[in-house]
Design a protein around this ligand. Structure first.
Ligand SMILES: [Zn+2]
Length: 250
């Protein structure tokens, strides 16, 4: 199969574990190959489902104690039984450690972040990522008029490293919003704008910056709008684009 070698790299690609050159070449391939782009979206959705399922289980301190007791060496037991127990307990501990890192930091907001990451990947993988193709913010802004229930301003990009590729309408659950796609040093960056009050989750008041499925991401609230910036660009580029939006009159 032609795509076998690409296929083997997809998980590492989504987790951002490849070198920059490899990331770029997989990126290029995924964009041009329908099979691999579909595969990428499927993997992203699966990762999200696993992640959500992992959040449902929170081990209690009593449970942890019992697991620790279970893996403590017990000389009277036959070696095979000890190994089986230790193996099972180690697995439970690993699952516990994985899930407990999310407890408290991710609630509904965490789910929204995952969905934003999905939207970003799904859009870039689609054959027509933007509905309005324009580098001119004065063309893109009015395009949204009547399509989404609010208006917002796009930043001036002159003398910046960013270029606007276009925009499209998007939905987060039933909430309509704007999805803009920018280019920075060959990396695509998505900017999402929603009305804060209609989002399915509440976020911390100020900037939240995090890594999601290998993407850098920032989110903030301004003038009743909730912004998300996400992409495989560096955290610095993501931040710089965020600053441009934050310093644009809304
Ligand atoms: Zn392919």
């Amino acid at each position: 199969m032609v795509c076998e070698s690409w296929n083997a790299q997809l998980d590492s690609y989504l987790d951002g574990e490849l070198s920059e050159a490899e990331m770029r070449s997989v990126d290029r391939h995924v964009r041009s190959c329908h099979l691999c782009s579909v595969d990428t979206v499927t993997r992203v959705q699966m990762k999200r489902r696993i992640h959500l399922a992992g959040n449902r289980f929170t081990p209690s301190s009593l449970f942890r104690k019992r697991v620790r007791q279970a893996i403590a060496p017990k000389p009277q037991r036959s070696p095979s039984r000890v190994w089986v127990l230790a193996g099972a307990a180690a697995l439970i501990l690993v699952i516990g450690a994985l899930t407990s890192t999310y407890v408290g930091t991710l609630g509904d907001a965490g789910q929204v972040f995952s969905e934003i990451a999905d939207l970003h990947v799904a859009t870039l993988a689609s054959s027509s990522p933007v509905d309005v193709i324009s580098t001119d913010r004065h063309t893109v802004k009015p395009w949204f008029q009547g399509k989404i229930p609010f208006a917002f301003n796009l930043p001036e990009l002159q003398n910046s490293e960013f270029s606007l590729l276009g925009g499209r309408m998007t939905y987060l659950h039933q909430t309509p919003g704007a999805h803009l796609i920018y280019d920075a040093r060959k990396h695509h960056i998505s900017v999402f704008v929603f009305q804060e009050a209609s989002l399915p989750a509440r976020f911390e008041e100020n900037l939240v910056s995090q890594k999601k499925l290998g993407f850098n991401m920032e989110t903030w609230s301004r003038g009743g709008f909730r912004y998300f910036v996400i992409g495989d660009a560096s955290a610095e580029d993501i931040n710089n684009l965020a600053i441009l939006f934050k310093t644009t009159d809304s």
